[in-house]
Design a protein around this ligand. Sequence first.
Ligand code: TAP
Length: 482
Amino acid sequence: MATLDYAPAPESRAILDLRSSYGLFIDGTFVDPLEGHGFKTVNPATEEVLAEVAEASAADVDRAVAAARRAYQQVWSRLPGRERGKYLFRIARLIAERSRELAVAETLDNGKPIRESRDVDLPLVAAHFFYYAGWADKLGYAGLGTAPRPLGVAGQVIPWNFPLLMLAWKVAPALAAGNTVVLKPAETTPLTALLFAEICQQADLPAGVVNILTGAGPTGQAVLAHPDVDKVAFTGSTAVGRSIAAAVAGTGKRVTLELGGKGANIVFDDAPLDQAVEGIVNGIFFNQGHVCCAGSRLLVQESVYQPVLDSLTRRLGTLRLGDPMDKNTDIGAINSAEQLGRIRALAEAGDAEGATRWTAECTLPSRGYWFPPTVFTGVTQAHRIAREEIFGPVLSVLTFRTPDEAVAKANNTPYGLSAGIWTEKGSRILWMAQRLRAGVVWANTFNRFDPTSPFGGYKESGYGREGGQHGLAPYLASEGSQ
Ligand code: TAP
């Protein structure tokens, strides 16, 4: 019997009015970079150039930090919390109003399906601003003494996997706590940060409170190393995080590092298996697996290994890969040629080390950067695909017999960001959660985010927490502290 397929349902781009080029956002206005360099940002699904953006040099970083310092001293740190809160509520409302446009920009620049940017990223971005707006006049109740103080200028560097959401995680708590910011978005996904700069103008945010500097690694390095930056907040790879920790050691700067992960998604034989399979798919194929807390290691109890694998591969066969702007698309494009190269190299290491590769049948578009949903079985804990973060749509499957073995295998990683447990027994969930060395443990669900809930890792996944009341602490000095 012929199968019926979905008709194309592309989201319109008409709502988005991109400029052909963008300057740096310093002191409330867009300005040209001092050294006049720029680079192109492309749509990874088509390789079409979307816009030209400026590359900030060390001299531009000086200008932005000076503007942030002025705004901190003269305006922002002097405003009562309820006034800061009003600005944040205004920004949150503008994000909600412009969410369709922002979702389209995010999908074009990042390659993620519009269904995800529209239904996950943007609602969470607005929710983070609403949430921290509510904290601005209640900092005395954040558990840091009755009169916690802001730190000053925050330097913030973010990655490309959730561009606007990572900005929200960083900017919203920093501003609520009374700090000003200089933020560098990732080189491959600068557009929504630049649209956010327009939103700051629309909200009449005082000049210099938010500064956005586009550029590559050296720009990020210059922001975080700047002597007049009081607080360093970084999300990205463990390798770069390590170099940042070394660079700021001894400077007195406060540091938050949100780094990589190799999360275990653990399925017991008493789990509701259909639900668990959906959770496995969401855990590793959401956002093409470009998720720091992805459930990239599946640990299945041996007695249900075959039924789980059969049902998983059957389900993966139904995922639709293709145009990220199509509302029916499940798997979008890989963000860059460079990331595609990393994914391919690690998958080839899986083949070379003897694991068995299974790939969902799908036609990859001829232009752009694509990788099909892939599952490796026969994986051992020594394999690179079980130890290293692939940051792509690749799942490594291992098995276990007892809960103790599941814990030992799950914890056998240098990372410690996330884990998932699938079982019908509440007591087993609690027993496991106490033993798993991960910052976030989900039970019978995966990849759930909420602005009220702290998020972060330990070991090589970094330190400090973002989200919730805990997310305010890195931006505040409590009474008696520096
Ligand atoms: P990175 O290469 O580390 O880049 C992250 C950001 O840092 C980018 O803006 C990058 O600029 C900039 N950067 C590069 N070198 C720098 C340096 N020496 N000093 C200061 N900034 C520098 O990571 P990525 O490939 O973009 O992102 C993927 C990684 O981020 C994964 O490991 C993932 O797990 C992690 N991640 C973690 C989390 C959390 S919450 N733990 C969330 C998302 C992602 P360019 O873009 O120009 O290179």
